[in-house]
Design a protein around this ligand. Structure first.
Ligand SMILES: [Zn+2]
Length: 361
């Protein structure tokens, strides 16, 4: 045995080293010398792939270890682990380790990982958003309608569809009048018994209104303004674009991160970005269509503007009012209607409006 080996093993204690590159464990001997942890592999035929001299000032206890012994890592190779069961080595090493290095490094690496993940997800969502908006235009107007009808029928298990026939006919007439002016197919309007104040469009020209929305609309013009906005989304194919974006993001994330990404992490990140619903552009686009529809149908914009004002005032609270979370920017919406709206009529004859108000009862 060479003399240097003998010197290194004086006071050397056994330990196990994981080099952070692969899962192999390496039997090693550890010496504390001149402010350093000196690691000597026992089996020189398969050496570990990491530095073997760890400065004590950079080395720290790894607290995520589930074992009884002492587990140590060091800043230059934070994935490497030195596992020490030897009590005398643990006792002499423990007080000399850096108490803060591990924590700050772990935090820094967690932050770095989160930033990288966030950037990748934002890029994917943005790209998918752009691609899906273009792709949505390639589908026929009714595409996705069957899927949407399935969603409405699922929803109706909890929130039954309102069947008051005069009310249903009145809303159909209002909607068809609007899309006729655009030369677009009539949307399929469903109203569900649900106290939540909400309205949403689904792929294939489906628009869903809630009884809560009807109850909150004190005038037919307000309901017409919300319906016009939803028809705006429908004719722009925004719901289909949103659905395609969700699918594209799923596929892209799987391609980029493969199986290595924690599914829940990805879901949370994507959910956060997609939950913001339509983009500002899509909202503005739907508002532009809605304004044209209300003007073409000679519907007075003021009750609608007032309704959106009320929503804007409640935007900080009231979970029961979901309309502004799915369609934010109520304040801008009200301003657009006031500034550019030209209509003077009610949108619905008084008998029709009474029928709509009682269609869910
Ligand atoms: Zn909207």
């Amino acid at each position: 045995m060479p003399s240097s080996g003998e010197a290194a093993s004086a006071g050397a204690r056994p330990a196990t080293l994981f080099d952070g590159v692969n899962a192999l464990d390496h039997a090693v001997l550890v010496t504390l010398s001149g402010g350093r942890i000196v690691i000597t592999p026992v089996d020189t035929a398969s050496p570990p792939y990491c530095p073997l001299i760890w400065p004590l000032k950079d080395s720290y206890v790894v607290t995520d270890s589930r074992r009884d012994g002492l587990t140590v890592s060091t800043r230059s190779v934070p994935d490497a682990r030195l596992v020490i069961d030897d009590r005398s080595l643990s006792a002499s090493l423990l007080p000399r380790l850096n108490r803060t290095a591990g924590r700050s490094d772990a935090r820094r690496s967690a932050v770095r990982w989160a930033v990288a993940l966030g950037a990748a997800v934002v890029l994917i969502v943005a790209t998918a958003g752009l691609a899906s908006r273009h792709a949505a235009q390639l589908f026929p107007a009714g595409w996705g309608g069957g899927l949407s009808d399935g969603m409405v029928s699922q929803l109706s298990v909890v929130h039954p569809v309102c069947t008051g026939s005069a009310g249903v006919a009145a809303l159909d007439k209002l909607a068809t009048g609007m899309t006729d002016t655009l030369g677009q197919p009539a949307p399929k309007i469903s109203t569900v018994r649900w106290d939540l104040v909400n309205a949403f469009a689904l792929p294939g020209g489906r628009v869903v209104l809630t009884s809560g929305l009807i109850a909150a609309s004190d005038r037919p013009e307000a309901l017409a303004a919300v319906m016009a906005h939803e028809i705006g989304h429908a004719v722009r194919r925004d719901p289909l674009a949103r659905m395609l974006r969700g699918r594209l993001v799923d596929v892209a994330l799987a391609a980029v991160f493969g199986v290595s990404l924690d599914a829940r992490t990805a879901e949370a990140a994507v959910g956060f970005l997609l939950d913001s619903s339509y983009t500002r552009d899509q909202e503005a686009g739907a508002d532009a269509v809605a304004l044209r529809l209300l003007n073409d149908r000679d519907i007075n914009p003021e009750p609608g503007a007032k309704f959106f004002d009320t929503l804007a005032a409640q935007e900080t609270g009231l979970a029961a009012v979901a309309l502004f979370s799915t369609h934010p920017q109520s304040k801008e919406r009200a301003e657009t209607l006031r500034r550019h709206g030209t209509g003077t009529g009610p949108g619905l004859a008084s008998g029709d409006w009474l029928a709509v108000q009682s269609m869910c009862k």
